[in-house]
Design a protein around this ligand. Structure first.
Ligand code: MEV
Length: 350
C-alpha cells in the first residue's frame, strides 16, 4: 500500500488567460489530497473517495470505463472525480509499462471539489505518484507534473494549462507560461480563502472564455490584459525577493510579514485581475459578494481563484478582519487562512 499526498493551490494571478499562453502565478496551499494505491491481482480499479467536502463514494470497474456510482452526491462532480482518477491510472500504467495493472484506490481530500483550489490536480498528481510507486516504478517530479498535465488535458477536452498540476507537484509559488514551468521565490503571503460551498464546471467555463475570445476582439484583449497584470505582479514579487522581503526564499519565515506596500500593490493587481475575469463571464454573484466583503473588511485585494462560476475567492490580509467578515457574509460557507505549502507532492507511506 502506497500513500502520496499533494497540495491544492490558489491563483495569485492568471487563471484562464494561462490556457491561451499568458503567464500565471499559482501558489500551493496547505490543503491536501491523499491517494492510496494498492496493486490488485486483476486489472480492475476500485475507487473509494472520502471527505471530498462532500459525502464519499465507492465504485469498481475494469478496463478504464467508470461504472455509474451509487452515491448521494451530485453526479457531475462524481463523474468529474472519476474521470480524473481514471486518467491518473492510465498515466501510471503507461509510465510503469504495465497496461493491465489493477488497483484499489482510496482518495481522501480536504480540498473542496471543483471549487478553484486545485482538487483535481492534487488528486491526479498524488494518484500517479502513488500508483507508479506501488508498481515499483517511481517517476521524477518533472515527469510526474507532465503526466498529471496530460491527464487533466485529456479529461478537460484539451483545454487545460500546466499551472495547477505543476504547482501541486512542486509546491510553493510557480510561474507557468505555455510549456515553460518554473518554481519562483515569493514572500509568504497572507492568503485568506472564502468558499461559497459550490463548484464550477471547469470545462464549460474554459470553453465559454474561448468562445468569447473567438467572437470579440476585446475579449481577446481582456485575456492579454490579464497577462499584463501577471507580468506586473511577477515583477513586484521578484523585486521584493531581491530586496529580501521577510518570508522570501527557503529560509524559515517566522512571524515576519511582507512589507505593507508590497501587499497593497499585489492587492490592487488582484482586484484588477478579478475585474477582468468578471468581464470574461466567469465570476458569480456569490464570488462577487465574497470579494466585496473582503475588500470592505480591509483586505489589500481579492479575486476569484481557479475556473470560477462558484467556489472560492482568495484575499490578501495579514489581520483577522477578512476571515471574520467572510464568515458573516451571506453565501460564504467557509472562510479560512491558507498557508503556503512549500512542499509539493510527498510520500506518506512508501
Ligand atoms: C483552473 O483551475 C484554471 C484554469 O486556468 C484552467 C487551466 O489552467 O487549466 C481556468
Amino acid at each position: 500500500m502506497t500513500v502520496c499526498e499533494a497540495p491544492g493551490k490558489v491563483y495569485l494571478f492568471g487563471e484562464h488567460a494561462v490556457v491561451y499562453g499568458e503567464p500565471a502565478v499559482p501558489a500551493a496551499i496547505e490543503r491536501r489530497a491523499a491517494v492510496t494505491a494498492e496493486p490488485r491481482s486483476d486489472d480492475h480499479v476500485r475507487v473509494e473517495a472520502e471527505d471530498l467536502s462532500l459525502n464519499g463514494f465507492t465504485v469498481e470497474y475494469s478496463g478504464g470505463t467508470g461504472d455509474h456510482p451509487d452515491v448521494d452526491v451530485p453526479t457531475p462532480l462524481v463523474e468529474a472525480a472519476m474521470g480524473y482518477v481514471d486518467a491518473a491510472v492510465r498515466q501510471a500504467r503507461d509510465a510503469a509499462d504495465a497496461p493491465d495493472a489493477g488497483f484499489d484506490i482510496t482518495v481522501e481530500s480536504d480540498i473542496p471539489l471543483g471549487a478553484g483550489l486545485g482538487s483535481s490536480a492534487a488528486v491526479v498528481v498524488a494518484g500517479i505518484d502513488a500508483a507508479t510507486r506501488a508498481l515499483g516504478e517511481p517517476i521524477d517530479r518533472r515527469e510526474l507534473a507532465d503526466r498529471a498535465y496530460r491527464a487533466e488535458h485529456e479529461v478537460q477536452d484539451g483545454q487545460a494549462s500546466r499551472a495547477d498540476t505543476f504547482c501541486s507537484t512542486m509546491g510553493g509559488a510557480v510561474r507557468v507560461e505555455g510549456d515553460d514551468c518554473e518554481p519562483i521565490e515569493a514572500p509568504n503571503l497572507p492568503f485568506v480563502v472564502g468558499f461559497d460551498g459550490g463548484a464550477g464546471d471547469t470545462g464549460e467555463l474554459v470553453a465559454g472564455v474561448g468562445e468569447l475570445r473567438e467572437e470579440y476582439g476585446f475579449a481577446a484583449d481582456t485575456v492579454e490584459s490579464i497577462g499584463d497584470v501577471v507580468r506586473t505582479g511577477e515583477a513586484l514579487l521578484a523585486d521584493a525577493v531581491a530586496e529580501g522581503a521577510p518570508g522570501s526564499g527557503s529560509e524559515p519565515t517566522g512571524d515576519a510579514e511582507p512589507p505593507a506596500e508590497l501587499l497593497a500593490e499585489l492587492g490592487e493587481l488582484m482586484d484588477f485581475n478579478h475585474g477582468l475575469l468578471s468581464a470574461l463571464g466567469v465570476s458569480a454573484r456569490s464570488l462577487d459578494s465574497m470579494v466585496w466583503a473582503a475588500r470592505n473588511a480591509g483586505a489589500h485585494g481579492a479575486k476569484l481563484t481557479g475556473a470560477g462560476g462558484g467556489g472560492c475567492i482568495v484575499a490578501l490580509d495579514e489581520s483577522d478582519a477578512t476571515e471574520t467578515a467572510l464568515s458573516f457574509t451571506q453565501g460564504c460557507e467557509d472562510a479560512f487562512r491558507a498557508e503556503l505549502a512549500t512542499e509539493g507532492v510527498r510520500v506518506v507511506e512508501p
